[in-house]
Design a protein. Structure first.
Lengths: 276, 276
């Protein structure tokens, strides 16, 4: 296949490197600024620097930019995308994005399949990309209304890139689950480090501080876009979390050790039922 | 030194193993149930099984049981503790415990120094103890009113056991910081897994879910004691966290991407200022 990757950041760079490492596909890279493309070419992550004309021979187009930028790229280049091309995004939210990209696919004759690789780092950019970033990570495929053959093509590529589980979900299910599994930890990490005691933590902290605060070193422009695009499910999850914090707080205030232990013990029950 | 360790769980077992691995001290173990003592003796974590009479020849007594049980052990055996003995606890909270143990020390003539090793696991008991559990971990020493020589003795032992930073704090400072660095992540982990979406997370989660939920597999009877003993600082931190969650939630609801990004960006600023 000719695979065009739009966006040479950590995700695009890692996709390119993984495709070159684990498959025989030919990879074109497209990026707004030239430096990451130069680096990608030099290290063999891509075979060639592409441009919008390259889309005419693309069997697959992988969108690895922010959600709005991904839609804009397709809008601006839709007439050049080969009709047999499967377009996949890599955005962290799906409802709005999938709807708009599916509509463009219908209009211009190519195929769209939603895709979300559940991997990342606290740093961004091509320099931190790596071929094995996705190794063992969950891959969520959001088929929308794409034909089976296109969905299979995506699933087959994903497996070759060493992802772990591959799950299929509707855009709404994806967004509801992602609000919980990925967005809440990011909201939380920021809220946690906003405490006035954070700056004094050294000498007093261990693994728990490190784990909860890790993703507070956030890419604010990306995540503000992701949070607002997923407003309703995310606000629901924040409310659920606050309610549960209040429930534990009330038991602490009451001061009955047995009653508090009963509430906390549910955490153990849930984790053990999940085999974690 | 003759060191007596009371409590052969993960902390007592790891202290014993570390002392035998990294120092020449002679270690006695005391425990309510005999099995962990038998195991500790077999693997060389202790030199001998001790009893309350052993306290007469102890140069150091390390309390490695739950807070209330630690105080009770000293209360019940105070008259047997050698007057030149330095007693240290390993509890996760200090204000109440240190006050009571300092008072017993004054009354019976031995010395008390508070100590909190910032290490642990999601599992408990002697079987998961290890000599290098504390390797690189923070050690908090709470001198209370102990003489310099006793505090130095504790600090010197702690350094030999391969702890990382050693910090000194008052009981109140310790408890305020621990509410933030250690207790909040445990409250949070439980509150987080109480969401109805938790049980469905597989296939949709990555490192963020794993990190925030890790300590939800909680020892409920220990932590309910620690939380209630540290009620005021902990409730304050929970309130701070809820306020900060609401602040982010309100920005998400307003939907102004730039304003939300400004708030989130503070997370990055704080983490980077800490060099994290």
């Amino acid at each position: 296949m000719n695979i065009v990757i739009s966006g040479m950041g950590i995700i695009g760079g890692s996709m390119a490197k993984a495709i070159k490492k684990y498959t025989d596909n030919y990879v074109y890279g497209i990026n707004r600024s030239p430096l990451p493309l130069k680096k990608a070419l030099e290290c063999g992550a891509i075979d060639e620097i592409g441009n919008s004309d390259t889309l005419e021979k693309a069997d697959m187009l992988v969108l690895c930019t922010y959600p709005e930028a991904s839609v804009r790229f397709v809008e601006e280049n839709a007439d050049k995308i080969n009709k047999s091309c499967v377009v996949i995004d890599t955005c962290g939210i799906k409802s709005g994005i999938c709807q708009r990209l599916s509509q463009l696919a219908d209009e211009y004759g190519f195929t769209f399949v939603g895709f979300h690789p559940m991997a990342g780092k606290e740093k961004n950019g091509f320099d931190v990309s790596e071929a094995d970033l996705f190794s063992g990570a969950n891959a969520i495929i959001v088929p929308c209304d794409a034909p089976h053959s296109a969905v299979d093509k995506v699933a087959s590529l994903v497996k070759k890139l060493r992802f772990g589980n591959v799950v299929f979900a509707s855009p709404e299910e994806h967004d509801r689950m992602i609000a919980y599994t990925s967005q809440i930890p990011h909201v939380l990490a920021c809220a946690y480090v906003f405490s006035p005691n954070c700056v004094k933590h050294k000498g007093f902290s261990g693994g728990s501080y490190r784990d909860v605060s890790r993703v507070a070193n956030i890419n604010a422009s990306l995540w503000s876009e992701l949070f607002i695009e997923n407003k309703e499910p995310l606000v629901n999850e924040i409310d659920t979390l606050i309610n549960n914090l209040n429930k534990i707080k009330d038991e602490i205030k009451k001061g009955d050790r047995e009653e508090l232990a009963k509430v906390l013990h549910q955490g153990k029950v849930i984790k053990e039922a999940l085999g974690e």
